[in-house]
Design a protein around this ligand. Structure first.
Ligand code: ZN
Length: 611
């Protein structure tokens, strides 16, 4: 009998309640302390999972044992002889990859939402028993989890074992009548399960995933096997959704149904490219963050925030390799990759927050800023994903330049793996910077001071030129223009702009965000304002671009808008659109010296062995 056993039962799908029975064989004699995490690794925000516990009781076989509340997420059992069993119900109606979700169609949970931590017994083996729901309406459920099975039936219900508490909460569980794809990569069994009513091209997805996973394995290990004996992608396909969370030998994903590949589309749609990018991203985390781990996260008991300045490395470098990996694996073309990169640059350039917050600060304040963005975010913060991707690119370029093309960022990742991943020795603050310096044999202090700790704009034109890529910034042609992989000529009179993003909301155009450099904010408009008319003409989201374009230069026009229930009039003078939209393109071979051409080929087609 395992000392700590959890029995999970999808007790009441109508009310979205999981029932958990936790049996502790030998509770601490002075009173066993129990708690639920406040956050889940990979998602840097306090979520207070304990708030979803609806009822909780303890019993030692003789009768009830009192539970003393210590704080929002911690309890202490009155001293009792073992075994003690706690029974509690957890409300599970969060449609995301971070918590738990239960209805008649599926049951999904992360251990951080369901499993109370038995303090001072965290290192013991933890057992989980999954009980099959018996209900006609729920259909034939099966189980998909990365947790090692101990004794299960052919549907996957039964008992599982985790080596310790940290492991226990790192194997999310999906139970549903899902579709499953099995494929092998480097001799290791991989599986994707897809929950949701959707038809898609399973063969194509399995083929593309095989190539993407193989690419990342090759980069870290050459011909050797990856550090897992199996891997699981858990996908929940919904009408409209997006998200992913990495785990040690699995990942939970949420995607829109139209992002899954369709037989009728031979080409790679933008949606499918995004989904492959998400799979690639989470798979790369198998190394970068799950095994090459930031010390602050590794040492956290998940009760409160874990502060680190290194998320640029764990999320930014991962974001750099997610799309680059698609290109290197050959599932997208180089121009398609450049288009994604250009859109990423556009996102960074459109926020003046990049001049106020450094990447290191963005990482540190992830808890209160990046994860709690409001309408002012573009003016206040910079994304450690988007700008982190670009810093990774710059570092890759810098390593090539300083090593005379003998080393690349791939070598830094392999070095990180050897020093920190394989050895499971967490990465201290500034550890990635120190290893990069070791790799190139000189100080990179100035580079990191400027671009990681400072807010100077990145010298992208210079970096791309070195990689054989053309780079230009120009004004957006319209509200949908995110930049791309075609060199666009700039028009003589740049388009005008109000410096805002908007959406249709009923009969109104609702302002979503306003740039602190833009005409709308200068006119006194605010996020949430609902525009009725510009210059006396009815506004609509689709036509707003045209309406603004029709205003002659330096001309003031009235804007009628509701703020809450009050009608207000503003004087708006549209301005020339800022050059914040990026185009990237492959420079023609004859424009490049042989070393640059070779460098570009290695960068985009590298098979991961430095060849
Ligand atoms: Zn990530």
């Amino acid at each position: 009998m395992t000392d700590i056993q959890y029995r999970v039962f999808p007790a009441n799908p109508q009310a979205h309640l999981f029932e958990v029975e936790l049996t502790i064989q030998t509770p601490e004699p002075q009173g066993q302390v129990l708690s639920l995490p406040a956050w889940i690794p990979g998602s840097y925000m306090i979520r207070d999972f304990a708030k979803n516990i609806v009822e909780i009781q303890a019993n030692d076989g003789q009768g009830a044992v009192e539970l003393v509340r210590l704080d929002k997420q911690t309890w202490r059992l009155e001293p009792a002889e073992g075994p003690v069993t706690l029974v509690y119900r957890v409300y599970a109606w969060d449609l995301s990859v971070r918590s738990a979700h239960l209805d008649q169609t599926h049951g999904y949970f992360n251990g951080a939402s369901l499993f109370l931590r038995v303090h001072r017994q965290e290192q013991t083996v933890h057992e989980m028993a999954l009980v099959e729901p018996k209900s006609e309406v729920m259909g034939r459920w099966r189980v998909a989890t990365g947790m090692p099975a101990q004794q299960v039936d052919k549907w996957g219900f039964g008992t599982y074992r985790a080596d310790n508490y940290d492991a226990l909460i790192d194997y999310p569980v999906e139970m549903a009548d899902f579709q499953a794809l099995d494929f092998a990569v480097a001799g290791v069994p991989h599986r994707m399960v897809v929950t949701g009513k959707v038809r898609f091209d399973q063969e194509r997805l399995a083929r593309d995933l095989t190539r993407i996973c193989a690419q990342h394995i090759r980069m870290f290990h050459g011909d050797q096997a990856p550090p897992v004996s199996d891997y699981l992608f858990q996908t929940y396909a919904v009408g409209n959704g997006y998200g992913g969370l990495e785990h040690r030998n699995s990942t939970s994903l949420m995607c829109s149904k139209d992002e899954l590949p369709q037989t009728r589309h031979a080409e790679v749609t933008d949606g499918y490219r995004r989904f492959m990018g998400l799979c690639s991203h989470e798979y790369f985390h198998l190394w970068n963050v799950k095994r090459i781990q930031p010390a602050a996260v590794a040492e956290s008991d998940l009760a409160a925030e874990a502060y680190t300045e290194q998320l640029w490395a764990f999320e930014g470098i991962t974001s750099y390799y997610d799309d680059l990996g698609l290109c290197r694996a050959g599932v997208i073309e180089a121009t398609s990759y450049l288009e994604l990169l250009a859109q990423n640059i556009t996102r960074v350039m459109r926020g003046s927050g990049r001049k106020k917050q450094s990447l290191a600060e963005s990482s540190f304040y992830a808890w209160s800023k990046f994860y709690q963005q409001d309408e002012n975010a573009p003016n206040a913060i910079v994304s450690y994903y988007a700008k982190g991707t670009l810093l990774a690119l710059g570092l890759d370029m810098e390593i090539r330049r300083l090593s005379g093309d003998r080393k690349t960022l791939d070598d830094l990742m392999r070095l990180l793996w050897l020093r920190h991943g394989k050895t499971t020795r967490p990465v201290p603050e500034r550890g990635v910077e120190r290893l990069a310096e070791e790799l190139v044999g000189r100080s990179l202090q100035e580079f990191f001071d400027r671009y990681l700790y400072g807010t100077e704009d990145l010298p992208l034109a210079e970096w791309f030129r070195y990689m054989g890529i053309g780079f230009a910034l120009r004004p957006a042609a319209n509200a949908k223009d995110q930049g791309g992989a075609v060199r666009k000529t700039t028009e003589e009179t740049p388009p005008r702009s109000i410096g805002a993003r908007w959406k249709q909301s009923g009969d109104f155009v609702e302002l979503v965000t306003l740039s602190d450099q833009g005409a709308a904010m200068a006119a006194g408009l605010s996020a949430g304002d609902r525009i009725i008319a510009i210059d006396g003409i009815q506004a609509s989201a689709d036509k707003l671009d045209e309406l603004i374009a029709s205003v002659p230069a330096d001309t003031k026009v009235p804007v009628h808008a509701f703020r809450r229930d009050e009608l207000m009039v503003f004087d708006l003078t549209p301005r020339a659109a800022a050059s914040d939209t990026c185009d990237l393109w492959l420079l023609a071979q004859e424009e490049l010296d042989p070393a640059t051409l070779r460098r570009r080929q290695v960068w985009l087609n590298d098979k991961g062995n430095g060849a």
